[in-house]
Design a protein around this ligand. Structure first.
Ligand SMILES: [Zn+2]
Length: 283
């Protein structure tokens, strides 16, 4: 059965590791991520953005991930990533998602608070955790335009006020990472992570982690990050494996065969990330 992200993230916060949250695009991604979680005895969050949901609908993704959870020996949560409004979050909850993010980071501070508070109130009534975002994770988010030129760092005092006033149960923060593909090596501002950790007591979330060196991520986890999102590099891994198979076997037309190689690439990278996050053996 699917579980919520609540106990997972609180345990991670208490014991100084992080749970990986992996964006799944189709059935093969779901199976490949679950295989990595099983092999490493790791709790796992599978998540979908509104852009991904558009391809099939919330019900399809719920069906696939809840089937995975039913077979799993490790805790599996299904999370709405970058929920784009109150209605979308309600639709995800109704379908059976066990965790949602409301992303009001593009709004003013006060509007972000009002929006987040409205979703957090429903989440609290239903016992479903609600992640929010304050500050800016740069780059290209889901299928939106690239964000550039804004101060990317979350202010610790604002974070404290935001959590108190909204009742969100976890917080995504801007610490120098960006969504999409990096053109130069990113830099996580560790002092910002530490300052926010000292200011708020909810689990902290890192977005835009594909392409960030593992040492930087491990240090951010040490400094208080409890959930780490990976999307881009799973897409790259799957496509790499699939294309490599087809390049070697151009006559094959059974899609299960190249997909198998794509899935192996995903499982491999997810295992490496879970080890780095310290979630191995925590299931
Ligand atoms: Zn994100």
């Amino acid at each position: 059965m699917l579980v919520t992200t609540k106990d997972m993230l609180l345990d991670a916060q208490k014991n100084h590791y992080a749970v990986g949250a992996f964006n799944v695009e189709n059935l093969e991604f779901v199976m490949a991520v679950l295989a990595a979680a099983e092999e490493t005895k790791s709790p796992v969050i599978m998540q979908t953005t509104p852009g991904t949901i558009k391809t099939a609908g919330l019900d399809y993704f719920y069906g696939m991930v809840s089937a995975a959870a039913a077979r799993a020996s490790v805790p599996v949560a299904l999370h709405l990533d970058h929920g784009d409004g109150f209605d979308r979050c309600m639709q995800a909850l109704r379908v059976g998602y066990t965790s949602v993010m409301i992303d009001g980071s593009h709004e003013s501070f006060e509007d972000n608070i009002a929006l987040t508070k409205s979703v957090a109130a429903v989440g609290a009534a239903m016992g479903v955790p609600v992640e929010a975002e304050l500050g800016k994770v740069g780059g290209k988010e889901d299928d939106g335009p690239a964000v550039e030129g804004e101060n990317p760092y979350t202010d610790p005092d604002e974070a404290r006020e935001f959590v108190e006033r909204t009742g969100c149960t976890s917080l995504a923060i801007g610490v120098g990472t960006a969504h999409g593909v990096y053109t130069e090596t990113p830099h996580i501002e560790q002092d910002v992570v530490k300052a926010i950790r000292a200011a708020v007591d909810v689990p902290l979330v890192l977005h835009g982690t594909s392409g960030v060196p593992d040492e930087q991520v491990a240090e951010a986890v040490k400094n208080g990050i409890c959930k780490v999102n990976y999307a881009t590099e799973l897409r790259q891994a799957y496509t790499k494996g699939y294309m490599a198979f087809m390049a070697e076997n151009p006559g094959v037309f059974d899609p299960k065969k190249p997909a198998k190689q794509g899935m192996a690439e995903i499982t491999n990278i997810v295992k490496i990330r879970m080890e780095n996050l310290g979630s191995v053996g925590r299931a």
